[in-house]
Design a protein around this ligand. Structure first.
Ligand SMILES: Cc1cc2nc3c(=O)[nH]c(=O)nc-3n(C[C@H](O)[C@H](O)[C@H](O)COP(=O)(O)O)c2cc1C
Length: 179
């Protein structure tokens, strides 16, 4: 086994493709994958969450062990993909007011490989706080992996989804783990 990989999904378009485009490739590389989802991801993409659970054969984690009754193993690597404007800014600011943000806050700075792929349109990306957040995450050792059309045009159709950087994310955490 390569190790335990947390895949964190948020309420952005590519979440609909995680079950097919990321998880089988991660498992092929030997990762023991656990998926964590924001509450908004579950609300906006319920079918995608069900597909992720079918692919992994285990529930998507959306709440603390005190609610669901069991803890996850500590991860050896984390992929946050897709990452919304909201999650990127709150994570970079150190906010831990949800399950996903709490898990991200406690893994950041542990010296495990973490890679994030934003899915943010150009309107969001023009807000100066977004650049500051990406800089802060990179300063914390997190690899920001942007697809070739990122930030993408608002309402740009499937083109940015089709070139979302699934394999580069896996390459990033593998390279940092030395596997
Ligand atoms: C249908 C739909 C699609 C969305 N797509 C995106 C997106 O691609 N990128 C993004 O940053 N926010 C997107 N949003 C807005 C986020 O869902 C919103 O900021 C939310 O608070 C993010 O919560 P989370 O970061 O906890 O998942 C979308 C919202 C909806 C309703």
């Amino acid at each position: 086994m390569t190790g335990v990989l947390f895949v964190v999904v948020t309420a952005a378009g590519p979440t609909s493709r995680v079950a097919t485009a990321l998880l089988p490739a991660a498992m092929d590389r030997g990762w023991d994958v656990y998926c964590l989802a924001t509450q908004q991801a579950v609300a906006v993409y319920p079918e995608a969450i069900r597909a992720i659970e079918e692919t992994l054969g285990r529930p998507v984690r959306i709440d603390f062990h005190t609610t669901v009754g069991y803890s996850l193993p500590d991860p050896d690597a984390v992929i946050v993909a897709p990452a919304t404007y909201n999650t990127i800014n709150k994570w970079a600011a150190g906010i831990a007011d949800t399950y996903v943000l709490t898990r991200l806050a406690e893994q950041t700075g542990r010296a495990i490989p973490i890679a994030v792929a934003p899915y943010v349109n150009t309107n969001f990306a023009a807000n100066p706080v977004y650049r500051r957040s990406l800089d802060a995450l990179q300063e914390a050792g997190i690899d920001v992996v942007n697809g070739p059309l990122e930030p993408h045009a608002p309402g740009g159709g499937d083109a940015p989804l089709d070139v979302f950087p699934w394999e580069p994310l896996l390459d990033s955490v593998a390279a940092k783990r030395g596997s």
